[in-house]
Ligand binder design. Structure first.
Ligand code: ATP
Ligand code: MG
Length: 307
């Protein structure tokens, strides 16, 4: 009997939800983010911050924000400040302000009912809960376009003007909005736009060398020693660079290539594994391709996918 061999040490380190402890080539952006929120560690009640993180697919927007959130809440705890980082993917909640706020309230009251309240009421409840617990929140609205697309400028207006009806009370909620381009913000009314746009952190696509560093940093966490040779790392970086400097593509390709290596019972993830993995990725239809298909073609594709 042969024991099951695997090139992986811990596949979970390649999961899309994994947040590494350090993010190579995002040090400057991380410092900037920390700078913007520094006041939260000394006088959180004094102001409410708003920061936009803008960048293309796979430039590390989500992971940067989550790393920052985990770090700052940890630091706040040490100082006895009840700071909570709440990350909401707006698209996951179909851009509905109600569902997004319900998620925020559920952070404190996990069984909070979904019925019987309006979005406006949920917003007040959220503030009330924070007041009661003397807590502060950094609310991250990831895939922010989805919220603006569905609800227009109104909720954004409300979220940025929370304090106006609370004169004299502590500021409780800061915002981080994550989006792919500033286009969605440009469509908002001028005053909301100006309150949002003052702090913009732009994430540029990664260069090939930067992608090499990112992959090399992840390899020892996810793979057994010597399982991923340098030429494999270089090839993945080259391909991810041609996909627009997309780190998500790189990490996913690395994982898939590892799967091919395991399937063929290899000790190392060879460049050939990467080539096989990439053909499987390219074989997957992209959303934009699907849009051009007729209904009949879509149904056919669905049938094949389920097969
Ligand atoms: N600088 C970095 N160091 C380490 N890993 C990174 C870095 N940047 C991105 N990643 C990894 O790349 C993947 C994609 O990153 P992330 O999900 O943050 O991209 P994104 O900008 O939010 O993309 P999208 O616009 O598609 O949501 C994740 O697995 C993340 O851990
Ligand atoms: Mg993201």
């Amino acid at each position: 009997m042969t024991a099951y061999r695997s090139v992986f040490r811990d596949e979970a380190k390649l999961d899309i939800n994994y947040v590494p402890s350090r993010l190579p080539h995002r040090e400057v952006e991380m410092r900037l983010l920390k700078e913007f929120f520094n006041f939260m560690l000394s006088a959180p009640e004094k102001m409410a911050q708003r920061v936009l993180i803008v960048g293309d697919v796979g430039t590390g927007k989500t992971v940067l924000s989550q790393r920052f959130g985990a770090d700052i809440t940890q630091q706040a705890k040490q100082k006895g400040i009840n700071l909570n980082y709440i990350h909401v993917n707006c698209r996951q909640y179909r851009g509905s302000l109600f569902l997004i706020l319900h998620h925020a309230v559920s952070f404190f009251h996990p069984t909070f009912p979904k019925r019987g309240f309006s979005a406006e009421e949920l917003l007040n409840i959220f503030l009330q809960v924070l007041d009661e617990q003397n807590a502060y929140a950094i609310l991250t609205l990831d895939e922010f376009e989805s919220l603006v697309g569905r609800e227009g400028a109104e909720p954004v207006y409300k979220l940025t003007r929370l304090q106006e009806a609370r004169l004299g009370k502590p500021q409780r909620v800061s915002l981080i909005c994550i989006l792919k381009s500033l286009k969605a913000v440009e469509e908002l009314d001028p005053s909301t736009r100006s309150t949002l746009q003052s702090n913009v952190i732009r994430l540029e696509p990664y260069s090939q060398e930067q992608l090499i560093d990112i992959i090399s940093d992840r390899v020892p966490l996810a793979f057994k020693p010597s399982a991923v040779p340098e030429e494999t790392v270089n090839l993945i970086a080259e391909l991810a660079y041609s996909e627009g400097g997309n780190a998500r593509f790189a990490i996913e390709l690395l994982w898939r290539a590892g799967k091919y290596a395991d399937a063929e019972n290899l000790d190392t993830v060879t460049p050939e594994c990467v080539r096989k993995a990439i053909s499987s990725i390219y074989a997957m239809a992209r959303k934009s391709d699907l849009a051009t298909l007729s209904l009949h073609e879509k149904l056919l594709l669905l049938g094949v996918a389920r097969f």
